[in-house]
Design a protein around this ligand. Sequence first.
Ligand code: SAM
Length: 311
Amino acid sequence: MSRPPLVPPLKCQGIKTKLVSAIAKIADARDYSRWIEPFCGSCVVALNVQPKKALLCDTNLHIISLYQGIQSGKITAASAKEFLTSEGEKLKTQGEPYYYEVRERFNDAFTPLDFLFLNRSCFNGVIRFNRKGKFNVPYCHKPLRFAQAYVTKITNQIRQIAQVLSAVDWTFEVSDFRSTIAKAEAGDFVYADPPYAGRHVDYFNSWSDVDEDALAAHLGALPCDFLLSTWHSNEFRRNGAIDAVWSRAGFHMLKREHFYHVGSSEDLRHPMIEALVSNFPMTEQPEKAPEQPVLFAVEGKQITGHLRETK
Ligand SMILES: C[S@@+](CC[C@H](N)C(=O)[O-])C[C@H]1O[C@@H](n2cnc3c(N)ncnc32)[C@H](O)[C@@H]1O
């Protein structure tokens, strides 16, 4: 089944919107009963693969709370619309100070809707927390951020996700990857998308060589299939873990090129080669991604590709 990908309401670094079709193609060729993601982030992959049963985990409790809120019906398209419209109006009239007021409020009470507001009005739509676990991304300097069309777009995303969640059996948990992977059983499929070592380091994303080794050991010992995505190389350097960790016997690797827009100017657009690693032979060579700039998420941009039928 081919249709435009579902875009989640949250933006996050390393979001795999551009890899969804390749991942879905590979997973679709495997037989599994439960999808497990130890690093679910924005959940864009699960939302598009749409397995019937899934365990979606991340250490970032704010992401998990938002999805749990949508799943339980506590957060709906209507409640998000009302919230973003009224908060957006205050941002419009009060500007930057209001963004920082919401940021402070969030860092006191940690409510999912404030998190959504900040994620969609902070600089570059990134998720970053300081060492004390406080959100610290500055303002995007767009007081008209929550114009009606933008609010409608976000609330439509929430509505679509609520529809998906009502038809599936998914569990969202705050969990370290070690505990998540330990829950995998024969017949599961684990998709792992860890933070890139040395990039985007923050409270929820400190990632070391020790973590990378531990992840490889946990994945290598799984009683089921796994697929991992990580960065392979860019024009400046190669990920040392590709040879040191992910090229071991029994692992298989595919490469896929796409573009990350890592700065504010078009000059800073850099091609990035992603690696997909598995413990089963991957027969399909993922196609080269269309060449277009990506600012973490490619909102509204269409990826053609195969999407998994819900089992
Ligand atoms: C590259 S992002 C995942 C992006 C996701 N696949 C997407 O497309 O949106 C990595 C995620 O790992 C989470 N994370 C970092 N360290 C972790 C750990 N030790 N255990 C579980 N999750 C972790 C981060 O909070 C982040 O959401």
